[in-house]
Design a protein around this ligand. Sequence first.
Ligand code: 0FX
Length: 243
Amino acid sequence: MRVCIITDNSYIYDNFIRILNHKSHIDAEFDFYYTSWNKAFKEKYGENGLMKPVLLKNQDQSFFDSYDLFISLHCKQLFPEYMVKNYTCINVHPGYNPYNRGWFPQVFSIINKKPIGVTIHLMDAELDHGDILYQKKLEIYPYETSKDVYNRILETEMELMDEHLEEILNSTYTPVKMDSEGNINYKKDFDELCKLDLDEKATYRDVIDRLRALTFSPYENAYFYDEEGNKIYVGITLKKEEK
Ligand code: 0FX
């Protein structure tokens, strides 16, 4: 069988290759693609290396017909409706569907306390939607920032892929419908969170949660403007006492 993997995340690409190297019994050919506008990948992998650029909406039927399975491992592109309706497409999503689907799930889970984790699901035409194949919930600890939680999510994604790859390739899974539509966040919701209103009244608990949800070095997320109009970025450091 031929499998098309599309990823825009280096950690995931490197670790997925490592997983495949340990599974020499697998009888499948894998082609790897990144999103053509991903500049970092273009610089790293060029046009004709092991990874190739692709723009899914510009591909013709012969491209899609040449694969038995498509897997999105943190792909920047939305898969076209034609593709998800006619081919088996699987998404590895850094969130616990149906909660906080969409943009940066752990950021929203730190704040709204909805479950976080990893979901591997069949794709349909809606965002981070479709029958669930595998899931793992993770806890968020009070001393963690968005980055700490995200790093554990990535590790868990790779663990789930390692555990279930053969079943995914052989379609020996049992898809389960989402029990509700859950909720969805967009980039504009994240951008709103980043704007701090210095006059807003809140508890320390809420302020610490908001700041840790937005702390992800080297990104500059939360900010306010000082009286001279300077934009001041804010992050937080949390440290659990060593016992
Ligand atoms: O690999 P990924 O998590 O994102 C990719 C795709 O780019 C994205 O479109 C897709 N929805 C996702 C499943 O896979 O990497 P990232 O660099 O976009 O984000 C990783 C984390 O970095 C994010 O959870 C929060 C943090 N971050 C990212 C950006 C761009 C920030 O805190 N601020 C930012 O401005």
